[in-house]
Ligand binder design. Sequence first.
Ligand code: SAM
Length: 363
Amino acid sequence: MRHESLPPDVVAEPPAGGDVAASSEPLPGGQSPAAAPLIDRYGRRVSYIRLSITDRCDFRCNYCMAEEMEFLPRAQVLTLEECLRVTRTFVELGVSKVRITGGEPLVRHNIVWLLQRIACLPGLRELVLTTNGSQLERFAAELRAAGVRRINISLDTLQPERFRQITRVGDLAKVLRGLDAALAAGFERLKVNTVMIRRVNDDELVDLLDFAVGRGIDISFIEQMPLGDVGHARDERFFGSDEALALLQTRHVLMPSAESSGGPARYWRIPGRQTRVGFISPHSHNFCDSCNRVRITARGELYPCLGNNGAVPLLPVLRAHPIDQQPLRATIIQGMGMKARRHDFANQMDSPQVLRFMSMTGG
Ligand code: SAM
């Protein structure tokens, strides 16, 4: 069976309840709409975007996508100039953190050109990137020089054969060489992201933590989300953060920490060690109340919530108005009115309501 990128449930009009961001109503905290235009109906300020610059990936992780994927034709994908324009517009509207993701962002041709330009946008505080690490050996130094401050590297196992099974095609040794190249390149922080999968890698969580501690890098353990039909029952494979924490505490002393990296992870510290141990727990510790981010897909759809289907297409607006910024700004601001109060992953594990794969929306 082939899987194509799915069109979103496009919502052209703001939902009932009105578009707070575009109205003249006072906003929570007394902010004026002009000063902080990206505020949703629930008073959450959006300061962080995740921009997927390609839906293509050189891995086929079996919990992330189907084995046979049909990727988007080039004409439907944002050009690099359009990626830059969308990002610049969000930054002008108050966004201060940008994560570049995919698909696999490092397979996009000329990515460094884009990163160099995003990094210098006035008002941007942080440019970060998520990668599977396969191309990092080649790119790490260039990414750092371009202005990327932190990198997340996805790594679900330290066993080569298992790595191949999960990714279907990946080479663990190459990823580990990439991680070493990133360490040598001097990023402010590196983090490993591990998706926890019962009976696949739950016996390795302690080893993965030891790996991170040994290199002085951070690690986050992520609960699997029901995004797309990947051909196996996700509920049987679900492994929660609380169980993981208990497991890790059999080996390490873990102290809760109030630190935040501006994303959804809750952190713990091991006394005397550099490593921050994060848990991203969309099921067991819902973090929607503090959500500060939206996603833009490679074909320019603005998804205000990862766990819902509503999206606003930006590509037609970009192409219809190549010079005038106002229509794009207005469309983005209107999109904030669609941000759902919360996702409901817990009740969708055996029948996902969000049919697009994580690789389409961008992790
Ligand atoms: N290719 C890059 C990578 O591998 O990091 C960026 C894109 S990938 C979609 C981003 C992250 O999403 C990865 O850490 C991946 O493990 C995670 N991911 C994919 N599908 C997921 C799911 N269903 N639940 C939780 N995390 C998922």
